[in-house]
Design a protein around this ligand. Sequence first.
Ligand code: 4NP
Length: 156
Amino acid sequence: MRILMVCLGNICRSPLAEGILKDKVKKAGLAWEVDSAGIGDWHTGELPDKRSISTARQYGIDITDQRARQIRKEDLLHFDLILAMDDSNLRQIQLLAKQVQNPKSQVEMILNYLTPGKNQSVPDPYYGGLDGFEKVFQMLDEATDKIVERVMSYEV
Ligand code: 4NP
């Protein structure tokens, strides 16, 4: 299973999603590949936002090995599942998928694993305070629990 988490800048939400899911995958002994990317390239090569790093650290998750990168066409051929944090991210991924012959990735809103069919977005915490990052962490923690549950039930 190969999963790519996508947000706008790849410094706030998707690095948290990547870190949280990687932690669960490791603890469950699964051989999944988990990565993240941004729609934009403004932060390429940068560490996650300090607020994402500190929020993850509070839960014992180190995300300082991550560096931001932009999503690319090859991602649509490599990943089984690409998970968008919000509806704008989803549309951009779908536009990119149209430029790829036979894309293999299933593209979905991440919160649809928690609240199926509701197309809810993970709010962008970039312009707010630490509490926004905490809320994002909790949403992603719950959603990634469901992802592990759902994918494992497919695999058996
Ligand atoms: P993210 O948050 O998409 O969760 O990484 C953002 C980070 C940076 C910007 C926007 C959103 N920005 O405009 O630079």
